[in-house]
Design a protein around this ligand. Sequence first.
Ligand SMILES: NC(=O)c1ccc[n+]([C@@H]2O[C@H](COP(=O)([O-])OP(=O)(O)OC[C@H]3O[C@@H](n4cnc5c(N)ncnc54)[C@H](OP(=O)(O)O)[C@@H]3O)[C@@H](O)[C@H]2O)c1
Length: 233
Amino acid sequence: MTAIKGSVVLVTGGSRGVGKALVEGLYARGAGKVYATARDPRTVAHPDAVPLALEVTDPASVAAVAEQAQDVTVLINNAGVATGTRFLTSSLDEIRHEFEINFYGPLLVARAFVPVIERNGGGHILNVHSVLSWFAEGGAYSASKSALWSQTNSLRLALQSRGIGVTGLHMGYVDTDMTAGVDGPKAKAEDIAAAALDGIESDAYEVLADDITRWAKGALSGDLAAMYQQLAG
Ligand SMILES: NC(=O)c1ccc[n+]([C@@H]2O[C@H](COP(=O)([O-])OP(=O)(O)OC[C@H]3O[C@@H](n4cnc5c(N)ncnc54)[C@H](OP(=O)(O)O)[C@@H]3O)[C@@H](O)[C@H]2O)c1
């Protein structure tokens, strides 16, 4: 079990949206120290958080953050983008960019922090996926989050014997900058953060934070035409 009370946590993308809610939730549960990263660390407003500059696509930036946060026991890979990139109309560079941030970014950060967490006696990694890991309506975003889901599953197996638990977080729309242009129901970032932190504390393999996510996971085992109504003849 990973207790949040007294833990030292690093949250990527911790200055806004889900990441900001995670930082607030961590301190509310008694975390000892929370590093909150942003590309511009001056945007980290939480009075107790330790701001760090991080660009997840830049190996030197990731290495510098790991160097400065040697006491981390819990890593939350939250940073991500949804650029609306489409397979048939966007450039390959745009598609690759989505993967650089959503797939390779968390991988670089995990590779940098696994030895740190291990040296500190073990701990936890939580990767932020999406309902779109399981539902291909999001083009390259869906594919990048699907690939991240698989990466998380592999890391869980690889880290089981090394004292590091791994949780994947899945959710539908959350009310953040990312969904500013979306109409319709959205979860509150603080509710998603609470579900994520419950998942860490209970060593859950996965957190399915809302109804649409639970539906999507169940639908994966059914006929594809039931999941994608466009396919129903
Ligand atoms: N909102 C939703 O409906 C929703 C649903 C499912 C999953 N998610 C996932 O939840 C996570 C958080 O999203 P959000 O809704 O809070 O989005 P957001 O408000 O747009 O925030 C995105 C965060 O990612 C960081 N980030 C983006 N590109 C980065 C890069 N290249 N290097 C370092 N940090 C970078 C941003 O940091 P800066 O402050 O430096 O820009 C920001 O903190 C993402 O992984 C997203 O895919 C969101």
